[in-house]
Design a protein around this ligand. Structure first.
Ligand code: ZN
Ligand code: ZN
Length: 271
């Protein structure tokens, strides 16, 4: 069984945990270490269930608490922190731990009974990566801060049974909102964040019976609403004729999601 929880998601901090009963990995540590610990505990998990940490990119909402978390995890032994060389060079030194393991697009790392694979996306921090996590043939993925949907991203999405997918903004709210024009342009660009429509189009293209659980993530608190996101997801699933039961959850910035559990599906026919 592959377990997944979103500890928090949005521009104020991102952190995601994948695990089994034996091992676990954290993707991003943009929430404070205190919040990561608290939200894991509220889900019946502990920091001891983090065997490795993987960072997507150097924006502070993903990398912010690396150094303090590294210290906190020290008592459980040597917990490696993986990031790209681009992320290492771009990140503020003050938030980096002393030792880093480097990973690049196409790299895979085995952490106990989990295999974590990195792949590149077009977001505007140097060498931004997304991660796919595999356990016994089941795949989960965190796909936020994408900038755009590339053929590589679509291919990875097709393999996932559980997926956190960015539904960042509604363009009308973004451009009528209070952000400086340059920020609006950056968010909406191919190297910024996915709009609801871009996420809908991608989901409509890949939704298949393989996908069991969808989590809409990195939802802007200022430039989006949950009802906008829900409308786009409903439309995507209709377009895909996804008549099977894809469970949907909208990730929150301030509170952890439940733990989602994905079981391998067996197509054995009982005669
Ligand atoms: Zn972000
Ligand atoms: Zn970012």
């Amino acid at each position: 069984m592959l377990k997944f929880t979103v500890l928090g998601s949005g521009s104020a901090g991102n952190s995601y945990w994948f695990g089994t009963k034996n091992h676990g990995v954290l993707i991003d540590c943009g929430l404070s270490t205190k919040q990561i610990k608290k939200r894991m505990e509220e889900n019946g998990l502990s920091l001891s269930q983090i065997d490795a940490v993987f960072i997507t990119h150097g924006h502070s909402d993903h990398v912010g608490s690396c150094k303090i978390l590294h210290k906190a995890l020290n008592k459980y032994g040597n917990v490696p922190f993986y990031m790209s060389k681009g992320t290492y060079a771009f990140s503020d030194d003050r938030c980096l731990p002393r030792t880093i393991e480097f990973i690049s697009c196409g790299g895979t790392v085995q952490i106990g009974d989990l295999v974590v694979e990195a792949f590149g996306v077009t977001h505007d921090a140097p060498e931004t990566l997304a991660y796919r996590v595999e356990h016994k043939g089941m795949y989960g993925g965190v796909l936020t801060d994408l900038g755009s949907i590339t053929p590589r991203v679509l291919n990875k999405m097709r393999s996932l049974s559980i997926m956190a997918l960015e539904f960042n903004h509604d363009p009308k709210m973004l451009f009528e909102g209070t952000y400086a024009y340059s920020v609006k342009e950056r968010v909406a660009s191919m190297e910024g964040h996915l709009s609801n429509q871009q996420a809908e189009d991608a989901l409509a293209e890949i939704a298949s019976p393989r996908l069991q659980q969808l989590i809409a993530a990195h939802i802007s608190e200022r430039n989006n609403t949950f009802s906008h996101v829900e409308r786009h997801i409903t439309r995507a699933l209709k377009r895909a004729n996804a008549i099977h039961d894809i469970k949907v959850h909208l990730a929150d910035q301030h509170i952890q999601s439940p733990i989602f559990e994905i079981e391998a599906e067996y197509s054995l026919v009982d005669y």
